[in-house]
Design a protein around this ligand. Sequence first.
Ligand code: SAM
Length: 306
Amino acid sequence: MTRLSPASLPAYAERYPIQNFDYRLLDSGEGRKLEQFGPYRFIRPAPQAIWPIRLAQKEWDQAVSEYTYSKGKEYGGDWNNSARLPKQAWNLTCEDLVFEIKPTGFGHMGLFPEQAAHWLWIRDFLKSLPEGSPKNVLNVFGYTGASTLAAAAGGAQVAHVDSSKASVNWARHNLELSGLGERPVRWYVDDVLKFLKREHNRERFYEGIILDPPTFGRGAKGEVWKIEKDLPQLLQRCRNVLSREPRFILFTTHSPGFSALTLKNMMLNYLVEPGSGRFDTGEMSLHNEEQGYHIPSGFYSLWWRD
Ligand SMILES: C[S@@+](CC[C@H](N)C(=O)[O-])C[C@H]1O[C@@H](n2cnc3c(N)ncnc32)[C@H](O)[C@@H]1O
């Protein structure tokens, strides 16, 4: 195990190098970020980037589309597409994982690049476990499946849960693109809380759990998810499906106020005994190597036992 500290600051790039990632943060500032997703550049909001931009305007002008929030709204906005925006989705690789990319509502691209260090940690950690160790991994709020692909690449049997059928189909496609289509992955279009209750009743248990709850969401039948109200119940239900020999739990958030310490405290209250394993907690970031900037992009708390 060489990769023990995904996304740790300030030494993210040095401690956790990612080879062959087709994503790059090119510049940031004045509340925006300029990003390269494979061959195309995009501009998206970055409210935390309150510093000046560094690159010349002509670099920013190469963006094929810009997403801006609608006035007065933190969520919801519009893409302003140039004629250079491709009509078709395209592929992006991160080491051996391949993802289909396209701009979608809410300014998303089908991938949260600040999680990249975690994908590789998950893959390598699972590979490093002793031969024959059970490796059942649950990925809830799984979206387009990046962590699911990583766990499958690490040799795990994976359950992937998301309320959006379109996202689950996209994740299945990404698994195929990555040449992992034959790996044992079970797909569930379901409300996470309901799924966890059913899974407990079915007496299915997991050595690894990945949870990345949004601030607000909806289950498959319109059930309302609100992080500040539903988090304790989510963790309690995760506890019910945690194996007696757990290996890792990765808990991340993008919600203001749900800091790394909050996540760790929640894990200690609901999921793991103090002293039972190791913790790595911190801020996720998008990192620009040349400029040395990190754009804060949420929090993580990782617990593991070798
Ligand atoms: C922040 S994204 C997760 C990103 C993902 N973990 C990744 O790293 O690529 C949130 C996801 O949660 C899903 N979601 C929201 N509320 C849900 C619910 N109640 N049950 C299941 N999925 C839900 C959304 O469809 C969305 O795909």
